[in-house]
Design a protein around this ligand. Structure first.
Ligand SMILES: Cc1cc2nc3c(=O)[nH]c(=O)nc-3n(C[C@H](O)[C@H](O)[C@H](O)COP(=O)(O)OP(=O)(O)OC[C@H]3O[C@@H](n4cnc5c(N)ncnc54)[C@H](O)[C@@H]3O)c2cc1C
Length: 300
């Protein structure tokens, strides 16, 4: 199908983009990589009066590290983030999760910030950014504000941006030294969108677990980190009983819906099983330095 008719603007600076956002009073959409927006336009699921194409704003295409904080600009592509040396070194869970995001073509053009703004319940990165405690810098021509993941993400396919605002940067703080991580997703075929996913980060000192972060994707509305699951491990001695308790808490906490791919009971079983697996893997990796993933991409 073909998209409906729309006006088209292509600002080449952040300032011009923010001016476009404040000037436009009708319905409009920002276009970044286009991999989520264009299918909706072509299917005429949405019919904005204007498209503001921000893909040429070079000043927003960066991944940098400053004083332990990783800063990712609005137009950094998935590939740029995935293969960045600081990201690989400091937060290996990003690389692990990215292996499930589409394929190379998608990651080569799609942007991290586009994925976060779109907030598809099957998308991996909203969960990963929540686990990492990332913050979101939002700008309009009137100023800027910084939001936590909790405040940025709303329900499926929604976020808390005002119409005249755009996400300009994601900031990932320094992660606990020697933390263990794990992200596991199941799908019907490799590369398909995930049926369900779980992620875990934790640190282990003298057999006691701390800094526990556990969350899920596509297992119920608005799920990110689930405190009831984390509480079963936080500041506790690690043993099989604690892991079982976390797994049971996961089964009770998720609120999956049935769809054509799987019923809700199956998804609850998956939540319990994935919880166990991500905790065990994260524990195994905690304190090791050799869990930095091998990769065949280019360091940037
Ligand atoms: C075949 C296929 C498979 C895919 N598989 C996966 C997958 O497995 N996992 C996954 O996570 N994703 C997947 N995707 C989606 C892909 O990751 C997209 O790149 C991503 O969801 C959106 O990024 P984008 O840059 O393309 O954003 P766009 O499509 O350009 O925009 C998406 C939305 O975000 C808004 N937006 C974009 N940037 C900003 C900004 N800076 N501020 C405010 N609003 C903004 C747009 O207005 C739009 O509403 C897949 C896509 C395709 C086509």
């Amino acid at each position: 199908m073909k998209p409906p008719v729309f006006d088209y603007e292509q600002p080449t600076s952040l300032r011009a983009a923010l001016e476009s956002l404040s000037r436009n009073t009708g319905t409009f959409k920002l276009l970044a990589g286009g991999y989520s927006l264009l299918p909706l336009l072509n299917a005429r699921t949405i019919s904005p009066e204007c498209i503001i194409d921000i893909s040429r704003i070079g000043e927003l295409r960066y991944v940098t590290e400053e004083a332990g904080t990783i800063r990712i600009g609005a137009l950094a592509t998935h590939d740029q983030v995935m293969n960045n040396s600081a990201v690989i070194r400091e937060c290996p869970i990003v690389f692990e999760a990215y292996k499930h995001v589409g394929n190379h073509t998608i990651r080569n053009r799609g942007t991290l910030c586009g994925s976060l703004c779109f907030n598809d319940p099957t998308a991996e990165m909203p969960l990963i950014m929540s686990l990492l405690g990332a913050t979101f810098v939002v700008r309009s021509s009137w100023g800027s504000r910084t939001l936590s993941a909790n405040d940025f993400f709303k329900g499926p396919f929604t976020n808390s941006l005002m119409p005249n605002e755009m996400l300009v940067e994601v900031r990932i703080p320094r992660q606990p030294a020697g933390h263990g991580h794990s992200f596991i997703e199941i799908s019907q075929r490799y590369g398909d969108r995930g049926l369900a996913a779980a992620g875990c980060m934790l640190t282990l000192k003298y057999g006691v677990v701390s800094d526990v972060r556990i969350g899920f994707r596509n297992l119920g509305e608005g799920l990110g980190r689930v405190r009831a699951v984390e509480a079963e491990l936080e500041n506790k001695a690690v043993n099989a009983a604690a892991i079982d308790a976390a797994s049971t808490a996961a089964r009770q906490s998720v609120r999956p819906e049935a769809d054509m791919h799987a019923d809700a009971e199956y998804r609850r079983d998956v939540a319990a099983t994935l919880t166990k697996r991500v905790i065990e893997t994260a524990l195994m990796r905690a304190g090791q330095t050799s869990h930095v993933p091998s990769f065949s991409g280019r360091l940037s």
